[in-house]
Design a protein around this ligand. Structure first.
Ligand SMILES: [Zn+2]
Length: 211
């Protein structure tokens, strides 16, 4: 796959701004390979620095998404005050401690207060925060804060279930590799029944996290 675009997937809006220093990243990967004792001239590694630099451009493109362009045209004034729930949004991120992937599912719910957002935008908001160097706790909070600021809803809830390769690959106890984090705002925080309805919904019918 050619990775010349930040954003070749979901719609036509170009929401990316800025870029990484690709040649700097290429040189750094070469240096890293040398420091790791590799022969950077061997065939398998010849194009690795370039591939890695491009890969990071894609995997870290979330820093360069313009949020205003992302949500542009997808905010609607509507009288609806029941829970809006989007479950099982797949995400892939990189842990900032090891630059190894963590991935899993995000569940997002909110109770509108006059404003809703097009459903297809929610996975893109998740991507905007996942495609960065992250820790799962912060990513969870950023998604919730973003929706709170954007929609001023009665409440927002975000639950993230992630599996962390840095734990799985490094011989740490396996049960540490799986993590659930949550951020609850507004009525999801203050109203037990609302929070419980959300939690029941996301546990119902969902298989165990499999990747
Ligand atoms: Zn890590």
């Amino acid at each position: 796959m050619e990775m010349t675009d930040f954003d070749d997937s979901l719609d036509d809006n170009d929401v990316s701004v800025g870029a990484i220093d690709e040649s700097g990243a290429r040189q750094a990967v070469t240096q890293l390979l040398k420091a790791l004792g590799e022969d950077v001239e061997r065939e398998g590694l010849l194009h690795t620095p370039q591939r890695v630099a491009r890969m990071y451009r894609e995997l870290l493109s979330g820093y360069h998404v313009d949020p205003a362009a992302l949500v542009n045209g997808a905010l609607f004034e509507i009288r609806y005050d029941e829970m809006v729930l989007v479950r099982d949004i797949e995400f892939y991120s990189l842990c900032e401690h090891h630059i190894l992937p963590f991935m899993g599912r995000v569940h997002v719910a909110y109770i509108p207060d006059g404003k809703v957002i097009g459903l297809s935008k929610i996975p893109r908001i998740v991507d905007m925060f996942a495609r960065r160097l992250q820790v799962q706790e912060r990513m969870t909070r950023q998604i919730a804060d973003f929706l709170s600021d954007l929609l001023s809803p009665q409440g927002v809830a975000v639950v993230v279930e992630g599996m962390h390769l840095c734990s799985m690959m490094r011989g740490v106890k396996k049960h540490d590799a799986r993590m659930t984090t949550s951020a609850m705002h507004g009525s999801f925080r203050t109203n037990h029944a609302t929070r419980q309805e959300f939690l029941d919904n996301i546990s119902r019918g969902a298989g165990p996290l499999q990747l």
